[in-house]
Design a protein around this ligand. Structure first.
Ligand SMILES: NC(=O)c1ccc[n+]([C@@H]2O[C@H](COP(=O)([O-])OP(=O)(O)OC[C@H]3O[C@@H](n4cnc5c(N)ncnc54)[C@H](OP(=O)(O)O)[C@@H]3O)[C@@H](O)[C@H]2O)c1
Length: 273
């Protein structure tokens, strides 16, 4: 008798170990883009609290634990907290050899391989929260060059969530500090602009409307214009004008140095354990 084809035993294409904020954002992204149907996705969590809620909300399956996810899914996304990986595995994946895709900060490819020794291939991704609406930025690193079908699988997920870019693992800490954490920097800056405008007498709703639309317009311009960012700045900040004096004030307060130090510190924190 021929041995059963292990691929045929897999009931789901995409599985998530962890069903918290990032798993939810990614699942919402792939469902919204229709890259996957709810019936093709499964998740699990430690207590079952988040996985049951996510299953109810999205229609995806909720399985009992990580071993069940690994056994029944072709691609497995590791989306628990970095330290929680210690409670998972090593998970034997034979006869299945799933593609393992981790979103964990600070967990190296080598470290992940120890937890999933039989994985077909291990990939490290660093998504950000805009994946929820298909506007994420996802730098990733691979253990070994992916074969075309695996690359297609990876891109079918990542491109449904936004833009992705392969890079050496040694660049991931800086990428984490920039795009992984980045949405929070833009939100913080926008919130500071709102509060400053409210202090000048604008209502909170008008300040928020102006600040958000300005962020959106500036982002679209950066994305679509042929001009560099310094050129776009110059277009607003005419010599002797009020924008130039605003930027001069930021320079006097060492704005660039503050950002440089923040990114350096964050990239240092994002180094693997
Ligand atoms: N948030 C971001 O912007 C961002 C960006 C890039 C990468 N990440 C990465 O995404 C990962 C998850 O972050 P998050 O914000 O989504 O965390 P979170 O909301 O706290 O979710 C953690 C999830 O892991 C589950 N879990 C814990 N132990 C588990 C186990 N032994 N087996 C299976 N599931 C387990 C939890 O389940 P229960 O609570 O239900 O038990 C929960 O569903 C982190 O490693 C982080 O580095 C986050």
């Amino acid at each position: 008798m021929q041995p059963a084809d292990p691929f045929m035993q897999r009931s789901h294409l995409l599985g998530f170990i962890g069903a918290g904020a990032m798993a939810k954002a990614m699942i919402q992204g792939v469902l919204q883009s229709q890259a996957y149907a709810p019936t093709q996705i499964a998740c699990c969590s430690a207590t079952g609290r988040t996985s049951q809620a996510l299953s109810k909300q999205t229609g995806i399956a909720c399985l009992a634990n990580a071993a069940d996810i690994v056994a029944s899914c072709d691609t497995v996304v590791i989306a628990c907290k970095p330290l929680e990986l210690e409670h998972i595995g090593p998970v034997a994946t034979a006869p299945h050899k799933p593609l393992i895709m981790s979103v964990l900060a600070r967990r190296s490819l080598q470290d992940l391989r120890k937890h999933f020794p039989d994985a077909r291939v291990v990939v490290r991704c660093m998504p950000n929260t805009p994946v929820r609406i298909g506007f994420g930025m996802i730098p990733y690193s691979v253990e070994t060059p992916l074969n075309p079908p695996d690359l297609e699988t990876l891109h079918s997920i990542l491109k449904a969530l936004g833009s992705c870019l392969e890079m050496p693992e040694s660049d991931l800490p800086a990428a984490t500090a920039l795009s992984g954490c980045g949405p929070a920097y833009y939100f913080k800056f926008t919130e500071a602009l709102c509060q400053a405008a409210i202090a000048q007498g604008l209502s909170p709703s008008i300040a928020a409307h102006l600040a958000k639309q300005t962020a959106l317009g500036a982002a679209q311009l950066m994305q679509t214009s042929q001009e560099s960012i310094p050129e776009l700045i110059k277009e607003v900040a005419h010599p002797g004008g009020i924008t130039e004096s605003a930027l001069a004030y930021l320079d006097k307060q060492h704005f660039d140095t503050i950002i440089k130090e923040m990114i350096a510190t964050t990239a240092h924190h994002a180094q693997s354990f």
